[in-house]
Design a protein around this ligand. Structure first.
Ligand code: AMP
Ligand code: MG
Length: 414
C-alpha cells in the first residue's frame, strides 16, 4: 500500500516541523486588563499574584472537639481539664486559658493563643464542666497552622496560567478581588464552498449543510477567545479576499475551512499569497494534508481543509497550540497514553496519521483502544463515536491486533 499523498517533488513538512514553524511565527498578545474574579474564569493571568492575607488567617481547629495546651497532657496519664468556654468558627473564645483548662472548639474556629492542640470530641469523656482526656492523647494534633496554605505576601498564582475554578477559589481565599489578565484574542472563522447551505434550507442536488462552522464554534468556546462567526463565503476569489482582508483588520486570527487543497475551486493558498504571506500549506498528516498557515495583515491565518475529520485533526494538533501561544499561554504537551490495540489498523507509510479510536480502561487501569469504525476524513459519524485519536507515526505500516499504540484522548474523560 502506498500513500500517494505523501509523495511529491518536495517532501512535506512533518506535523512537528509545522508546529515548530507556527511556534516561531507567533507573537503572543501583550495587552492586559483587570477583571473581577467573577469574570475571570478561563481567562489567562497576566502577572504573578501575591496573597493579601495568610490562609488560614489564624491557627484553627481541624476537628470539632476541645482545644488545650499540650503541656497539660505530657504526663501520659488520663487528665481532666475544666472547660471554660467555646470557640466557634467566626466567633473566637475571648478569654484567656489558664492552667488546667480547655475550651470547646468547632472546625474552623480559632485555637486560643495559650492552646496548641485539639482533642477530637469522640475521644473526650465529658463529665459536667470536666473533660477527661485519654492517656495516649497526642499533642499538637488537629490544628491547621496560620499561613499553612498560603503565606501573606507569598506567590499565590504564577503566570501565565488559565484561571480554573480551583485557581479562582485560591485567589478568593487569599483575599484577591480582581486580577490582571491578558485580553481575549479575537478569532473570526468562515466556511468556504459553493455547495454549502445553511440549516433550515432545503438541499438541492450536490448541496450539503455547512457542518464545519458548528464544529469550530464548539472547539473555539473558550473564555480566552472572542469568537466571530463569519458565516459562509462562496468559492469566489474576490469575495473571499475581500472578506479575509476585512477580518484581518479587527482579528488576531482567522480560520477558514475548505478550499485549501489543489482543486480548481480551491483559492485559499492563492489568496493568502496575494494578500498576505504563506508560511506553509501542506503537511504530512492524515487526515489534513492541506493546511495553509500564514498571515494577512496583522492576523494569523489558518486555512483548514474542508472535510470535518481533517478540520478536527488539524485544529487539535496545530491550531490549538497556535491559539494558546497567541493568547499568551506557554507550550504544553497534549496528554498521550499507551494502549493495547484491539483492532488491526491499516496504514501506509509517509504521513503521520490520527485515526478515530475508542479508548477504554479495564478495572486494573490498563488502556485498550479500538478503531471507531471506517476511517475517512469525511465521516463525521465515526468521529462522533470516537473519544481519541490513535496517533500512528509516519513510518508505521499498519498495526496488528494486540500491538501497543499511542493514543491522544479528546478529553480527560473517556
Ligand atoms: P474542499 O477542501 O473545499 O475541496 O472540501 C473538501 C470536502 O469537504 C468537500 O467534500 C466539501 O464539500 C467538504 N466541506 C467543505 N466545507 C465544508 C463545511 N463547511 N461543512 C461540511 N463539509 C464541508
Ligand atoms: Mg471547496
Amino acid at each position: 500500500m502506498i500513500d500517494r499523498c505523501a509523495f511529491g517533488p518536495k517532501p512535506l513538512l512533518t506535523v512537528d516541523e509545522a508546529l515548530a514553524r507556527i511556534r516561531s511565527a507567533i507573537d503572543p498578545i501583550q495587552e492586559t486588563e483587570t477583571v473581577p474574579l467573577t469574570a475571570a474564569l478561563g481567562r489567562i493571568l497576566a502577572r504573578p499574584v501575591y496573597a493579601a492575607v495568610n490562609v488560614p488567617g489564624d491557627n484553627n481547629a481541624a476537628m470539632d472537639g476541645y482545644a488545650f495546651a499540650s503541656r497539660e497532657v505530657a504526663s501520659g496519664h488520663e487528665v481532666a481539664l475544666r472547660c471554660v468556654g467555646t470557640s466557634w468558627a467566626g466567633r473566637p473564645f475571648q478569654g484567656l486559658l489558664a492552667a488546667g483548662e480547655c475550651v470547646r472548639i468547632f472546625t474552623g474556629a480559632v485555637v486560643p493563643k495559650q492552646a496548641d492542640s485539639v482533642l477530637m470530641q469522640e475521644q473526650a469523656r465529658v463529665d459536667g464542666p470536666l473533660v477527661h482526656f485519654p492517656a495516649q492523647v497526642k499533642a499538637k494534633q488537629n490544628v491547621r497552622m496560620a499561613g499553612e496554605d498560603v503565606r501573606q505576601g507569598g506567590l499565590v498564582c504564577a503566570y501565565p496560567k488559565t484561571l480554573t475554578p480551583i485557581g479562582l477559589s485560591l485567589l478568593a481565599a487569599a483575599g484577591i478581588a480582581e486580577v490582571p489578565v491578558l485580553r481575549p484574542i479575537k478569532i473570526a472563522f468562515f466556511s468556504t464552498g459553493d455547495e454549502l447551505v445553511a440549516l433550515g434550507q432545503t438541499l438541492a442536488t450536490g448541496q450539503i449543510y455547512d457542518s464545519n462552522r458548528y464544529l469550530l464554534m464548539g472547539l473555539l468556546a473558550d473564555n480566552a477567545y472572542t469568537v466571530i462567526d463569519g458565516g459562509v463565503i462562496a468559492d469566489d476569489k474576490d469575495g473571499l479576499e475581500a472578506k479575509l482582508v476585512e477580518a484581518s483588520r479587527y482579528c488576531d486570527a482567522i480560520i477558514t475551512t475548505g478550499g485549501a487543497s489543489v482543486g480548481e475551486a480551491d483559492y485559499i493558498r492563492e489568496i493568502l499569497q496575494r494578500c498576505g504571506q504563506v508560511d506553509f500549506w501542506k503537511i504530512a498528516m492524515k487526515p489534513g494534508k492541506p493546511l495553509a498557515f500564514g498571515k494577512i495583515g496583522a492576523g494569523y491565518f489558518f486555512g483548514l481543509p474542508g472535510n470535518p475529520g481533517a478540520v478536527f485533526a488539524t485544529f487539535q494538533h496545530l491550531v490549538v497550540p497556535a491559539l494558546r501561544q497567541l493568547a499568551g499561554l506557554s507550550a504544553k504537551q497534549p496528554l498521550r497514553v499507551r494502549a493495547t490495540c484491539t483492532s488491526a489498523l491499516k496504514k501506509a507509510p509517509g504521513r503521520q496519521e490520527f485515526q478515530a479510536g475508542i479508548l477504554s480502561q479495564d478495572a486494573a487501569g490498563e488502556f485498550f483502544v479500538g478503531s471507531a469504525g471506517q476511517q475517512g476524513s469525511h465521516l463525521l459519524a465515526t468521529l462522533h463515536k470516537a473519544n481519541c485519536h490513535i496517533v500512528l507515526p509516519s513510518e508505521c505500516q499498519g498495526v496488528q491486533l494486540g500491538e501497543q499504540v499511542i493514543v491522544e484522548p479528546f478529553s480527560v474523560f473517556i
